[in-house]
Design a protein around this ligand. Structure first.
Ligand code: GTR
Length: 328
């Protein structure tokens, strides 16, 4: 065999080998997803499933890479990164989103929902879809993909709190949004806006006397090991959570790919809800086993004390609030 023939045969084999490679090794786009919660948390698990389904349905054209535990920053910073397309898919509370999309503030108001079932009925109905559409249509540069459950937020403090008077002088961490600082101040304490990732050391060093959250977050953030041993069931905030895609990313998808994202988002929402209910029970039990005392409190004084917050933030949305109230 002469040299030129060998060379030709080798080159042909190489071309054929490349042609036979599966699509996954050609142009794969990594979708960066981010969450403040750790791996294994319901919200993180559900977004990872969405990613796996999208990868399979597009023959590996898209692959989701999850950045959990706030490694890309707090929710405020992650929202900013999503707006410019540095994060492609973000799961966040509506809390910090309220400073960017004012229309979501109604959902951030204390005691706007009677209970979690009421909140679910609202987000599952026309109001929920309208709000997702408003976020997408706003200048926030995000496409709202779906809702997630965040349960009810209650107070956890180093000293037992049962009434607004017990909160006097207590420095309590709230999410970064003036509405929440106003809420804590109205409830009787001193609201301090702070990123989720800073709360643990602030509790340890005494910068904070307490914080507020749902049981899965209280457990997975380890806040209960930093001295906050009393969980007073005020249920003052029932804030749904959301997951969004950066508009920069969305606009690069074909219509078919967008339809796949919508379909898998719907499934992710349902998956998270099922996991959420289990995780609340599981983490409540773990907190109790670790010595956290769950204390039933009368919500009425906290509800009454926060009326001015609802009046202030709800004023431009009177019709929407009425529709929420009558939702069964
Ligand atoms: C959690 C919520 C997070 C984040 C966090 C916080 O319950 O899932 O998205 O908002 O609370 O308090 O910052």
């Amino acid at each position: 065999m002469n040299f030129r023939r060998t060379l030709f045969a080798t080159a042909t084999a190489a071309v054929l080998a490349v042609a036979a490679l599966p699509l996954t090794t050609t142009a794969q786009t990594i979708l960066k997803a981010a969450d403040v919660h750790p791996a294994g948390y319901p919200n993180v698990v559900a977004i990872e499933s969405l990613g796996r389904k999208l990868e399979a349905a597009t023959n590996g054209k898209y692959k989701l890479q999850m950045f959990p535990s706030g490694v890309l920053g707090g929710e405020k910073e992650m929202i900013e990164q999503t707006q410019v397309g540095a994060i492609n898919i973000l799961r966040t509370s509506l809390g910090p989103l309220g400073t960017v999309v004012p229309d979501v503030q109604v959902f951030n108001m204390p005691f706007v929902f009677r209970n979690e079932a009421h909140m679910r009925a609202v987000i599952d109905g026309p109001i929920g879809q309208e709000l997702l559409d408003k976020i997408t249509a706003s200048p926030a540069k995000m496409v709202a993909l779906g809702w997630m459950d965040g349960g009810s937020r209650s107070l956890y403090t180093k000293k037992l709190v049962k009434t607004p008077a017990d909160l006097k002088g207590q420095k309590v961490r709230m999410m970064g949004n003036p509405l929440f600082v106003d809420t804590m101040n109205a409830m009787g304490g001193n609201g301090i806006a702070m990123g989720y990732g800073e709360v643990f050391s602030a509790l340890q060093t005494g910068v904070l006397d307490g914080a507020e959250n749902n049981p899965p977050s209280m457990f997975t953030s380890n806040h209960y090991t930093a001295g906050a041993k009393f969980y007073a069931q005020t249920n003052h905030l029932i804030i749904p959570e959301i997951f969004v895609m950066s508009k920069v990313t969305w606009e690069k998808l074909s219509k078919d790919e967008q339809a796949l994202v919508v379909k898998f988002s719907r499934e992710a929402q349902l998956e998270q809800r099922a996991l959420w209910d289990k995780s609340v029970a599981e983490y409540t039990a773990k907190l109790k086993a670790a010595g956290v005392e769950f204390v039933a409190v009368d919500q009425k004084p906290f509800y009454d004390a926060t009326a001015p917050v609802r009046a202030k933030y709800g004023a431009p949305y009177a019709d929407l609030i009425k529709r929420i109230e009558v939702t069964k």
